[in-house]
Design a protein around this ligand. Structure first.
Ligand code: PMP
Length: 354
């Protein structure tokens, strides 16, 4: 740390992203990326947009907002595109929390929430999940805090029914409830259509997972016009050109190729079911996943050993050191070939049987 670093941030522990090693033949199952390339239409539109990079990108993101709104069944001024969904989440912490209105989220959830809270000087409460990693809905009643719920949750993959989210929305009429749907396209049910019923609901989604565009950095928020207006105030006070022109164009291309996204999601869900069955036969247990990853724990081999043994065989998964989940590994569901390699390696590691 330099002697010039603001004392406001001196104690900040930044988010640690999953490793991005460039090792040949590595099977990378640690950051929940898609094994499929972006839609050919997304690639073609990005290439076309590259010809005009001398110009700033459209700060109103008109074309993209219109395409998103049509896709989601909402109005263009009920959506806001951002630089990954991480950006809209940070905007939400900035816009809807302050010294008198802190944040609340699960104790096991997306690791960026506490970082955003700290970054913005916001106090936060971590609400313990039950032992089976599910949420006790009543724990989220009358909190008088801005609530962040990853649904389905990460790193567990567990989905909370939409009717339960509605109970939380109704029990917190004076607080914004942010439903982070980064993984909703893999079997969950979106709350987007509830934005016309609840003026305290903000839904966030991403193009990083189901739409194979993690490297393009595109996310968005959906909420009533007033909430989106507040988020725009934050956007125009930080970076009006937050989404670059190539990414915006790629996003429109991806939305025009919805069939491609749906087919890829179906394949991932099939591969997930197959891999979960194989892992169970090898002595692993896991909560039911509604995401493109599996949160698995072996009955006798500790999580760190599984992680290291897989790594030694060229397979990278995500291991967390937090005590409650240190025996779990979060494994991205990839192509069938990648899953076969994973299962073959785990057969070796576990001795082939339970
Ligand atoms: N929410 C959750 C729950 C996530 O796991 C991630 C991915 N790390 C994000 C949001 C952010 O994704 P992105 O910024 O790539 O849209």
């Amino acid at each position: 740390m330099s002697r010039f670093f603001s004392s406001d941030y001196a104690a900040l522990t930044p988010y640690t992203p999953g490793e991005q090693p460039r090792i040949q033949n590595l099977i990378k199952l640690n950051t929940n990326e898609s094994p499929f390339p972006p839609s050919p239409k997304a690639q073609a539109y990005a290439k076309e947009a590259a010809q005009n990079l001398q110009l700033y990108s459209d700060p109103t993101a008109k074309r993209l907002h219109e395409a998103l709104a049509a896709n989601l069944g909402v109005e263009p001024d009920e959506v806001l595109a951002t630089n990954g969904s991480d950006e809209i989440l940070n905007f939400a912490f900035m816009a809807f929390c302050d010294k008198n209105h802190g944040a609340a989220f699960a104790d096991l959830t997306y690791g960026f929430y506490p970082v955003f809270a700290q970054l913005n000087g916001i106090s936060y409460t971590e609400i313990p999940l039950k032992d089976d990693f599910t949420i006790r809905t009543e724990d989220y009643f009358d909190l008088h805090k801005t609530i962040f719920i990853a649904n389905p949750n990460a790193p567990t993959g567990v989905f909370l029914a939409k009717s339960e989210i509605e109970r939380i929305l109704r029990a917190n009429p004076d607080s914004v409830v942010v439903v982070d749907e980064a993984y909703v396209d893999f079997g969950g049910e979106s709350c987007v259509d509830l934005i016309h019923t609840y003026d305290n609901l903000l839904v966030t989604q991403t193009f990083s997972k189901s739409r194979s565009m993690a490297g393009a950095r595109l996310g968005f928020g959906v909420g009533c016009k007033a909430l989106i207006g507040d988020l725009n105030t934050i956007k125009y006070s930080t970076n009006p050109y937050n989404v670059n022109a190539m990414t915006m164009a790629a996003g429109v291309g991806a939305l025009e190729d919805e069939a491609y996204t749906r087919a890829n999601c179906r394949t991932i869900m099939e591969n997930r079911a197959w891999t979960m069955a194989q892992l169970k036969a090898l002595g692993f247990s896991m909560p039911d996943s509604m995401t493109n990853f599996i949160f698995a724990k072996h009955e006798t081999i500790d999580g760190d050993t599984v992680y290291r043994e897989l790594r030694a065989r060229g397979i990278l998964v995500r291991h967390f050191t937090l005590d409650k989940i240190k025996d779990h590994n979060r494994i991205t569901v990839g192509s069938r070939e990648q899953m076969q390699a994973l299962v073959d390696a785990l057969k070796e590691i576990t001795g082939g049987c339970q």
